[in-house]
Design a protein around this ligand. Structure first.
Ligand code: NAD
Ligand code: MG
Length: 387
């Protein structure tokens, strides 16, 4: 950003999570560029209190109202407005001074605050991919109507976004999303039957929240990202390819009409795509790590195995069916991931239940927001019933 630019005022939804904390590190890296207006969290009140004391935002919100009193009391010596409840998150994003809302909260809960932020004309730094999975078409329409940009934070989508800089209307022949393959990349079908949550929570390259870590192990993360890519970049599902690249150095690629392929590379550090989304179109300097090509042994690629990891195929299927099916996929997955994390189902049962949900929940072609909320609710109830 030019020195004369005013500071960008940001709200971070889910500031206590993995992306939220790294967003605050980006702010610390460039305090002259960014100002924190609001921080929100779900449960982790101690972390939120510490963040509020350090960054002195105008407002903080804790979604879990049972923690509100504790938050309010801990910050009473500071001029910080304190709110409780999920509705307060949907409201705080509309505050006049905010320029950018970072959606770093996890799951379907990201949808409504994102929509409210768009309607209030805020730019969205989108980490919460579930929002685009569930309601990509609707969100795009609103973003167009309210003339607000949606800037990707997800590393693959940031990579594609960076590859597309300067390409104006050049036709995209294909998007190539890279996937690390997760901790079970080399596991046999039989071995996958007995993997534990402790194994699944150990991602080889990235340190992330629990839900996305399980999604990465099951390849659902890549499935969600295929759907996210469709809505962010307007390509057909068949023009989105997934390739497994275990080193996570190439974050994704774009192939153009002439056959040229552009790739974006970097260390596996989410602060880079977060900072690009916040400072776009400017690249700010950073002290973050650098790649060293002289010590990099190899960059390898392989096709994803859809038989061992059916989730990727289920996501393509839901995307091609369209309507409320991606919403069903997402809700069923959220319930399954939570059940797996609570030792209620086996790792491999997740795909089976998600497939069953896609077959069981009624199809709706052009769902409204209310219909999507109903689909989410019905799917959760249905899958929870099976578990
Ligand atoms: P996380 O679990 O570490 O953090 C989630 C945050 O959201 C926490 O601050 C939590 O308090 C808040 N939250 C959770 N449920 C909420 C609810 N119902 N209402 C309000 N707030 C709620 O998750 P994360 O890994 O930071 O991921 C956040 C989002 O970013 C996800 O959509 C994920 O897919 C996406 N993402 C994460 C990474 C990563 O490296 N962590 C990379 C790409 C995309
Ligand atoms: Mg990603």
């Amino acid at each position: 950003m030019a020195e004369t630019d005013k500071k960008r005022v940001i709200a971070i939804l889910g500031s206590t999570g993995s992306i939220g904390v790294q967003t605050l590190q980006v702010v610390e890296e460039h305090p002259e560029c960014f100002e924190v207006y609001a921080l929100t969290a779900n449960e982790r009140v101690e972390e939120l209190i510490a963040q509020a004391r350090k960054f002195q935002p105008e407002a903080v919100v804790i979604a879990n109202e049972a923690k509100y009193e504790q938050l309010k009391e801990a910050l009473q010596d500071l001029p910080i407005k304190v709110y409780g409840g999920y509705e307060a998150i949907c409201q705080i994003v509309q505050s006049q001074p905010i320029d950018i809302v970072v959606t770093a909260l996890v799951g379907f809960a990201g949808l409504r605050p994102t929509i409210e932020a768009i309607k209030a004309g805020k730019a969205i730094a989108l980490a919460n991919k579930e929002t685009m999975v569930v309601a990509g078409e609707l969100v795009n329409k609103l973003a167009h109507q309210y003339k607000t940009p949606i800037l990707p934070v997800d590393s693959e989508h940031s990579a594609i976004f960076q590859c597309l800089a300067g390409e104006a209307d050049n036709h995209i022949e294909k998007l190539i999303l890279t996937a690390s393959g997760g901790p079970f990349r080399t596991f046999s079908k039989k071995e996958l039957e007995t993997v534990t949550k402790e194994q699944a929570l150990k991602h080889p390259n990235w340190s992330m929240g629990a839900k996305i870590t399980i999604d990465s192990a099951s390849m659902m993360n890549k499935g969600l990202e295929v759907i996210e890519a469709k809505w962010l970049f307007g390509v057909c599902p068949d023009d989105i390819e997934v390739v497994v690249h275990p080193q996570s150095i190439i974050h994704s690629m774009v192939q153009f009409a002439d056959g040229a392929v552009k790739a974006q590379l970097g260390t596996p550090d989410m602060r880079l795509p977060i900072m690009y989304a916040l400072s776009y179109p400017v690249r700010l300097p950073s002290t973050f790590g650098r790649l060293d090509f002289t010590t990099m042994k190899e960059l390898t690629f392989e096709a994803p195995d859809l038989e061992r990891f059916p989730n990727l195929q289920l996501a393509y299927h839901a995307l091609k069916m369209g309507g409320n099916m991606p919403c069903v996929l997402n809700a069923a997955n959220e319930v399954c991931v939570s059940a797996f994390l609570h030792d209620k189902i086996k790792f491999t049962e997740m795909s089976r239940l998600i497939e069953r949900a896609l077959q069981s929940v009624d199809y709706q072609l052009n769902p409204t927001l209310d219909q999507l909320i109903a689909t989410d609710c019905i799917t959760r109830r249905t899958v929870e019933g099976w578990i």
